[in-house]
Design a protein around this ligand. Structure first.
Ligand code: NVA
Length: 366
């Protein structure tokens, strides 16, 4: 039985993993991360509010879109962790399978992660992965090399103040909080466009991690491209920075959008996308630049949406400019309330990981 098969972000969706907000914690300060809100377990009120919206999304996926939905195990991530290299008082949560699991065709890779609080996060998906492995004889199950996450993996002099010039200089020079000591990447730094994987070098993916991925998929004909959005002073995960909204057809190019206030570099754009089946347009501005209290993502969660087919997307209901933009391009929008979930690591794209879409792996690049 074929279960795992997903090559891109838009083919007709059949099966998906949807995160859970239970036991979710804002990580404490660690060498690679400085919290901007209260650390520790999220309040029961916020967990409850998010659970209502996430459970509603599950119903929409199941009953309106006919998609099989799997949910991770509810592990108590409020517990401390001690490894030979570090100890922390609590962990993070399994709200965002996109951050952890990278699905490339018939393979699911548990990514290395880069934050100590997320060291054991993929364990929440082990029941599902084991089940897929038993039922789908073609499924490949890989765990990328676990980093030590010891002190020397992080730049201790990284400027955490997002307003200082020094921070801007670091990001302009493609220097981030993680260094090149060990390969590192969060799965959510990878945008899948068929045979081409676009990966953001960032606070959560270093060049060695990107190279690990490149070597890992090379023999199957994939190409891995590194990209940057230097206007983003906290670059963490590509899925609110470069998002496909319209897939390419024989008649027209596909459309990717990026936030106009933190676009892809001209060098990356020209080098990777010239002659491809894609054009990159400005994303419409979010409905509001204000995010819910204790949300650590930007307002660009407005484009962190889920395509359930080439002409259908699930979008947060208040993100009207995004919805209007999509509908003007012929993409039907299913609107769901989701803002209460924004404080759990992202929006609809972050909190899902598509496991099976009907379609094959195509080449959209020269
Ligand atoms: N960290 C990025 C991406 C979130 C999905 C942002 O906040 O825009």
């Amino acid at each position: 039985m074929k279960i795992v098969n997903s090559h891109n972000e838009w083919d007709p969706l059949e099966e998906i993993i949807l995160g859970v907000p239970d036991f979710w914690c804002t990580p404490q300060k660690e060498p690679g991360y400085l919290p901007t809100s209260r650390t520790g377990k999220q309040s029961d009120e916020y967990i409850h509010k998010a659970a209502l919206q996430i459970d509603n999304l599950e119903r929409v996926l199941r009953f309106q879109c006919n998609v099989t939905v799997r949910r991770p195990d509810k592990i108590d991530f409020t517990q401390p962790v001690r490894t030979p290299f570090f100890s922390i008082e609590h962990q993070h949560g399994a709200s965002c399978p996109r951050d952890t699991l990278l699905v490339i065709g018939n393979e699911i890779i548990e990514s290395t992660m880069s934050s100590r609080a997320r060291y054991f996060e993929s364990m929440a998906y082990r029941t599902i992965l084991n089940d897929y492995f038993e039922k789908d004889e073609d499924m490949l199950w890989t765990m990328a090399p676990k980093p030590t996450m010891s002190e020397n993996m992080y730049n201790s002099d990284f400027p955490f103040d997002t307003n200082c010039q020094e921070r801007k200089d670091w990001i302009q020079n493609y220097k981030y909080v993680i260094n090149e000591a060990e390969p590192c990447f969060d799965a959510a730094e990878v945008l899948r466009l068929g045979k081409d994987l676009i990966v953001q070098q960032s606070m959560t993916a270093n060049r060695k991690g990107i190279d690990w991925l490149r070597r890992h998929v090379k023999s199957r004909g994939y190409r891995v491209h590194e990209v940057h959005f230097p206007g983003d002073l906290n670059p963490v995960h590509i899925d609110a920075s470069l998002v496909p909204l319209v897939p390419p057809t024989n008649e027209r190019k596909g459309i990717l959008v990026n936030p106009p206030d933190r676009p892809i570099t001209k060098e990356d754009k020209d080098r990777i996308f010239t002659g491809s089946s894609w054009e990159i347009l400005d994303a419409p501005f979010p409905n509001s630049m204000v995010v819910p209290e204790s949300c650590e993502s930007s307002a660009w969660l407005s484009i962190n949406l889920l395509m359930v087919g080439p002409d259908k997307a699930i979008v947060e209901e208040t993100e009207i400019p995004t919805i209007n933009f999509l509908e003007s391009l012929g993409i039907k929008c299913i609107r769901v309330p989701y803002r209460d979930s924004y404080r759990f690591g992202g929006s609809i794209h972050c909190q899902t990981s598509d496991v099976r879409r009907i379609g094959e792996c195509h080449n959209y690049f020269p």
